[in-house]
Design a protein around this ligand. Sequence first.
Ligand code: CP
Ligand code: NVA
Length: 310
Amino acid sequence: MASVLRRLKGRDFLTLLDFTPLEFKALIVRSREHKWGLARGNPLKGKYVAGIFEKPSTRTRVSMSVATFDLGGVFLELPTSSLQVSRGETLRDTAQVLSRFVNAIAARVKSHSTLEELAKWADVPVINMLSDRFHPLQALTDVFTMMEFFGERKLKVVFLGDGAANTNHSLMIASALVGYDYVVGAPQEYWPDGDIVSKVEEIMEETGGTLRIVEDPVGAVEGADVIYTDTWFSMGVEDIERRKEVFPPYQVNSKLLSHAAPHVKVMHCQPWFLGQEITEEVAYGPHSIAFEQAENRLHTAKAVLEALLI
Ligand code: CP
Ligand code: NVA
């Protein structure tokens, strides 16, 4: 696996579509070594990571910065309001200037095209800390967490709610990379983007996973090992009233859980909005592993930083 990780050096981490099943697996194995305290030393000593934030963040911000510091490096907090991009400096110049100072650029952005533009001009790896289309650091953690609880076996993972959300797109790809049976339960107007679905299906042909996209939430969760949900109102969405109308049947509550496997685990990337996509009873109940999932962001962040930078 170490030789597979070496292939990642210098690469961008914009979407999991850019990684092979083996490369993804290597990141999971390395995350486990970090969690278990088997990875020692300060591999990022003398390395700097620029952390650009166009949107709020708690877990991603803190896990990426603590991971960098823990590995011996320095993470620079750069809200876009404090950068010259806020006065019109181009992403091209920002990327080129930052590349003279730092060893990686991590960014949480409104539009995925911002990351692509940064990556086009940067001489250092660019890491997606969430865009409107993808949240790859989250999905790596999600599959890592599922494997902690279930081992390596094939799982039935069901995502309920906004199927066009960044979290679902990335989790679909991550699940394809490990060959899971993945179901999206969502109103048809919020089904995942077609271009991503096609790529997920291609990966699944290789890994033996399956993808089903349905409207019926009860049918979707039948026999589920994992039920995953995310906010119905991702940062930046505008059609709030429509979302309020169509998403309530997809709420993850005790009644819905009774249709899943008895051992079902409930996951949520957080922050959650209790009483909307998930009830308080389920969020803090015995099936929920959301806080383990949140903690694991640290271990997977370390694996990604180390793989790209050293
Ligand atoms: N799950 C996640 O990315 O959380 P933050 O928005 O707090 O970073
Ligand atoms: N889909 C959510 C994830 C937050 C971590 C959003 O984009 O707001």
